[in-house]
Design a binder for this molecule. Structure first.
Ligand code: ZN
Length: 831
């Protein structure tokens, strides 16, 4: 037995040894030299599988879910045998070190590095680099794994990557053509950058509206790495970019986080200098907007970084750039492999320090605001709770009845009465810094030159009243309660109307063939008052349904939707249920324009909203086919943000107007308003457009020094700032809203109030509640249109100058779109 045992051990050892020798390089495995072809997602995955099967003690590959197009998402855990045996203990030690798990860590010697590749699908060199990085790590740089766990996500966005790679493979010449004008360098709409629903996943870490983000966050929060790298690509003429990042930095970023990314950058420099490669640092990519792959990890305690290689969807396998250099895929992936390995090297060298500094980040005793208290519509509070849960942020309910501090609604110190249903979020929790980032009224900008929105404060985005308190508000955890109640026989039932949840309930009623009414005036019945927009479902309207009450109760239960029963069509205060002011809701046929001319992001956000949030059918019409489209099949046409100059030529504009005159409804969003502003037959007029730079010159008499040109230009910009609008909530577009609505303004375009038409929401003044707005841009915003309706014949043009669907995180704006579809100018006509 003993002999046999020894023999087995020797054999096993020999086998392990042989396996270690046998992992194939990516080129051997793929059958082509890496970088000479684009690998499809499944080939990348197959390589990782083959390595983990060959070295199961050093590479564990696990799937963490599937994309919308059913491609699997993977994480590879790469380390020494010893570490992988203790993987769970190392993970728990790390959470204990941060205070995210009870108990003291038994050891804090191992660094955790997370490398994320190909978040933008057409920045396709990085998934290739992920394979080479894995191979080199396990062969040439094994020593780094002694005290490092490397977590590799070879492709964050497989749907986008394959969209790009499949297009490239079917388009490119052989050999590849380096001419910039060749079709292999001109990706068609929408390009491979975004995911299936055309969301930019590098803007979605925090809002987690997309399935890839939600799934990734679960794994991320389980691990909480010390370093996170997001690999990207930029224009073909740009040299490589790596950390340190550019200003502005968010103020919660610690000195250690600033310093260590500089150290990492210096380590990369060593390798780049040795090869004579060009690179730059500290310019362009800032650390402020919290929803990126560098800032999100940073606000969760990591050293979060973006690395940018020149290339992206234009470069293909090779391209002659403007500097006369032939940029190849081989070169691009070599650079990304170099910085990946250099990052791991720095983690390994500084593992102990990374652990001790990581622990310090989670001490939040210095934060100014100790608690954020929110109250308002229960559905909105619930959807905020869902968001907090995705980030494993803890919330409670207040035990006092009044709180004071900074009042979000007035923008001044104030107080607010609260009941136990209100929400309290403390900063004295491990993720307190992220709490601050999410809730603080106005994030401090160290520099106005940022290339993204500068405001996102959640109380405004969710439409909740809020107080930020300097002292910790007393609170306790309460049980969640369910609203659902079975409905019994009655004349009819009324549902409130003030949240997206109510809209989802309506969409489901319509899908199930219910006839539903809404009221244009408030009324009371059975001693209860019902506000404008309330839904009314009567027995009489629904006689066509075989089991009206049973079906209704199914939907009430599915949506936990509270209904109020009414016993008679006679109201205590009018209108009665049969009044012309209580209108039948039409099962609207909604179409949207997509394709060339439309913003793929804006189109994608609405597409996702209909399919995954509202659950209501939407027909997408390509702009190429607009002139041959029979519009009479639809009640509503949505024009997402875009440039419609070539689509809405004279003939098509005439067609559109005729359709509207006969009862059609156009909903124009953001840039789509340009198609109508100042045009014949429209009362929509520009006050100023965002392409108008004349203000700059008037202000400065052209004396701006050349070196300040970029900074001076920011005076004309609004890059996502929050303003308070005045709302006409008697208009059906605003049913369910109050007098005030906080809007996220994304640009400086401004439209005058409509002279003939309804100004549903407008800016009364130019006070900025949160974010950055340049002084010149602000001058033009006074008394301008935010949402409005203009009638033409029997139909309407609905204008949304601010885009509430932007990145799908401005929860409180979405009902304006739903109202526009179902309530505004309700003709109740069936097609
Ligand atoms: Zn990118």
């Amino acid at each position: 037995m003993r002999h046999l045992f020894s023999f087995l051990c020797i054999t096993l050892f020999a086998l392990t040894f042989t396996f270690a020798q046998n992992i194939k390089s990516p080129s051997e495995f793929l059958g082509y030299d890496i970088g000479t072809q684009f690998s499809r997602h499944h080939q990348v995955v197959d390589y990782f599988k083959s390595v983990s099967e060959t070295l199961p003690n050093q590479v564990i590959l696990e799937t963490y879910g599937k994309t919308n197009e059913r491609r699997s998402l993977y994480l590879a855990y790469v380390s020494s045998e010893e570490n992988l045996k203790n993987l769970e203990i190392i993970r728990e030690n790390n959470l204990k070190n941060a205070g995210l798990l009870e108990g003291r860590p038994t050891s804090t010697e191992v660094a955790i590095v997370w490398l994320s590749y190909n978040v933008h699908g057409n920045e396709a060199s990085s998934s290739e680099a992920s394979m080479l990085t894995l191979y080199k790590l396990l062969t040439e740089r094994k020593e780094l794994l002694k005290n490092t766990i490397v977590i590799i996500d070879p492709c964050i966005n497989p749907d986008g990557r394959d969209r790009y790679v499949n297009w490239y493979n079917e388009t490119a010449s052989q050999p590849y053509d380096i001419d910039q004008q060749a079709s292999e360098h001109k990706e068609p709409w929408p390009g491979g950058r975004p995911n299936h629903y055309l969301f930019d996943l590098n803007r979605d870490w925090l809002w987690a509206t997309q399935t890839e983000s939600t799934l990734r966050l679960k794994a991320y929060n389980k691990w909480m790495p010390h370093i996170h790298v997001d690999f990207h690509e930029q224009g073909i003429n740009e040299p490589y970019y790596f950390a340190p990042a550019a200003e502005p930095f968010h103020e919660i970023i610690s000195d250690w986080q600033r310093d260590f990314q500089t150290e990492i950058g210096k380590n990369h420099t060593k390798y780049f200098d040795a090869e004579g490669w060009l690179f730059y640092t500290r310019e362009r990519y800032d650390l402020f907007y919290p929803s990126y792959g560098d800032t999100y990890p940073t606000y969760m305690g990591a050293i979060g970084m973006t690395y940018e290689q020149g290339g992206h969807g234009r470069a293909g396998l090779g391209i002659l750039n403007d500097e006369g250099h032939v940029l190849t895929l081989v070169e691009r992936l070599t650079h990304h492999t170099t910085t990946g390995l250099s990052t791991i090297e720095m983690a390994s060298k500084n593992a102990t320090k990374l652990n001790s500094e990581f622990a310090k980040f989670f001490d939040n005793s210095d934060l100014k605001y100790k608690s954020y208290v929110l109250k308002g519509n229960e559905d909105k509070l619930n959807s905020l709770k869902k968001l907090l849960t995705k980030h494993e942020i803890v919330y409670e309910n207040p035990t006092s009845s009044k709180v004071s501090g900074y009042d979000y609604n007035s923008g001044k110190q104030g107080s607010m009465s609260v009941n136990p249903n209100a929400l309290v979020v403390h900063t004295s929790q491990p993720k307190g810094k992220m709490v601050k980032v999410l809730f603080e009224p106005n994030a401090k900008l160290s520099d106005s030159l940022t290339y993204d929105i500068t405001a996102w404060s959640l109380p405004y985005a969710y439409g909740l009243d809020a107080i930020a308190s300097n002292s910790k508000v007393a609170s306790s955890k309460q049980f969640e309660r369910s609203e659902f109640q079975v409905m019994y026989e009655a004349y009819g039932y009324v549902s409130k109307w003030n949240s997206l949840k109510d809209a989802q309930f309506l969409a489901d009623l319509l899908k199930n063939k219910f006839k539903v009414r809404f009221t244009e005036r408030s009324f009371s019945s059975n001693g209860k008052k019902f506000e404008r927009g309330s839904l009314i479902i009567t027995k009489g309207d629904n006689a066509h349904l075989s089991d009206f009450l049973g079906n209704l109760n199914n939907l009430v239960s599915k949506h936990s939707q509270p209904l109020t029963k009414i016993n008679s069509g006679f109201s205590q205060t009018t209108p009665d249920i049969g009044s012309p002011d209580i209108k039948l809701i039409n099962n609207q046929k909604v179409a949207i324009l997509s394709g060339d001319g439309t913003s793929s992001l804006s189109y994608g956000a609405i597409w996702h909203f209909f399919e995954q949030q509202l659950h209501y059918p939407l027909t997408s019409i390509n702009t190429d086919n607009f002139s041959s489209t029979n519009l009479s099949k639809y009640n509503v046409l949505i024009l997402p943000n875009g440039y419609y100059g070539s689509v809405l030529n004279d003939a098509n504009m005439k067609k559109l107007k005729n359709w509207v005159r006969s009862g059609g409804k156009v909903i124009a969003i953001d840039g789509a308003l340009r198609s109508f502003a100042g045009k014949e037959g429209f009362s929509l007029k520009y006050k100023s457009s965002d392409t108008d730079t004349s203000n700059n010159n008037v202000e400065n008499n052209n004396l701006t020094p050349y070196a300040d040109r970029e900074r001076e230009y920011t005076n004309n910009l609004i890059t996502g700032a929050i303003f308070k609008t005045k709302v006409d909530h008697t208009h059906p577009m605003a049913f369910g809203y109050d007098n005030d609505y906080f809007s996220l303004k994304l640009g400086s375009s401004a439209y005058n109030l409509l002279e003939s038409g309804y100004n549903v929401a407008h800016l009364k003044d130019t006070k900025v509640y949160s974010g950055f707005a340049g002084k010149n841009a602000l001058k033009n915003l006074d008394k301008t249109l935010v949402f409005g309706e203009e009638r033409m014949g029997s139909g309407s043009f609905i204008y949304m100058a601010d885009n509430p669907m932007f990145r799908s995180f401005w929860e409180n704006g979405k009902l304006f779109l739903v109202n526009s579809i179902f309530f505004v100018n309700n003709n109740a006509f069936e097609l």
